[in-house]
Design a protein around this ligand. Structure first.
Ligand SMILES: [Zn+2]
Ligand SMILES: [Zn+2]
Length: 272
């Protein structure tokens, strides 16, 4: 099993457990690294200084036992200055800017369907195209270490079935955004969060897009997007299987290097 996670929420944002409870869970699972990534976005954001102080306290308290990283899940529509001293950043698109407001794609199916009607005349392909046009900017806008849940616009699609995710009207803009982002050399996470919470059968990105990423020479991390300790390693074995199925041989992990800076290294998937 992969014994590290770099997408972890806590009670400082919308998680159910304190950072220290997540650390204890990680130790119980034999993890070598745990990256906290509290939300910094227009709806859910933290008291950054209090959060950073607590993560730094844990880094000192558990030194030698677990490599703890101070990160942020920074929204594409939010200000990077709010978490400027994060050691790593997940660049995530939860909102589409439309008509001078922000439409949230992962709040409720009702909000998204209403937004689609109001701003896109009910055309879900136009909505997904707008999402991917904004998603394509996530590296430039957030300066992220890796790209979060690339195809979050499909959050409710297992339920709503309003997008055919094999239709070129959907896949075209998605692949174009992926190609643009992959050119920056920034890796993508395979995010198990929706799969773990039984919201979706696919992980983010779905396998057809993972194959595109592989063809582009892109790299991956595997994360649980855990909001509760029980799911800290949720879906990892299945994510490893799917990554191998899509042609990947390695997964990236983060950690503090000799100089104290956060570095990335590769682990072979067939050793996990
Ligand atoms: Zn997210
Ligand atoms: Zn998250």
């Amino acid at each position: 099993m992969l014994r590290a996670n770099f997408h972890t929420h806590s009670t400082f944002c919308d998680g159910l457990n304190t950072p220290e409870e997540m650390v204890r869970q990680a130790l119980g699972l034999g993890f070598f690294a745990l990256g906290f990534s509290g939300h910094m976005d227009p709806d859910v954001y933290m008291d950054w200084d209090a959060y950073a102080a607590e993560v730094r306290r844990l880094q000192a308290a558990y030194a030698g036992q677990l490599d703890i990283l101070l990160g942020a899940e920074l929204d594409n529509a939010w200000d990077p200055a709010t978490c400027a001293d994060a050691e790593f950043v997940i660049g995530s698109t939860h909102y589409i800017p439309v008509d001078g407001e922000l439409l949230c794609v992962d709040n409720t199916a009702h909000i998204l369907a209403d937004g689609c009607r109001e701003h896109f005349g009910g055309d879900w392909y136009a909505l997904s195209q707008a999402y991917y046009e904004f998603e394509a900017q996530v590296v430039e806008r957030t300066g992220c270490t890796f790209v979060g849940h690339f195809d979050l616009v499909t959050r409710f699609n297992d339920e709503l079935r309003t997008l055919d995710e094999d239709d070129p009207r959907y896949l075209g803009p998605a692949a174009e955004a992926m190609e643009h982002l992959a050119r920056h050399g920034v890796p993508f996470e395979i995010n198990c969060g929706a799969f773990n919470r039984r919201r979706k059968a696919e992980m983010y990105p779905r396998r057809s897009l993972l194959r595109v990423l592989r063809e582009l020479g892109g790299q991956i991390l595997i994360t649980s997007d855990a909001h509760q300790r029980e799911l800290l390693a949720g879906g990892f074995d299945e994510a490893v299987r799917r990554a191998i199925e899509c042609g990947f041989t390695h997964v990236l992990v983060l950690g503090h290097g000799a100089t104290g800076q956060v570095e990335m290294r590769e682990l072979a998937l067939d050793t996990l």
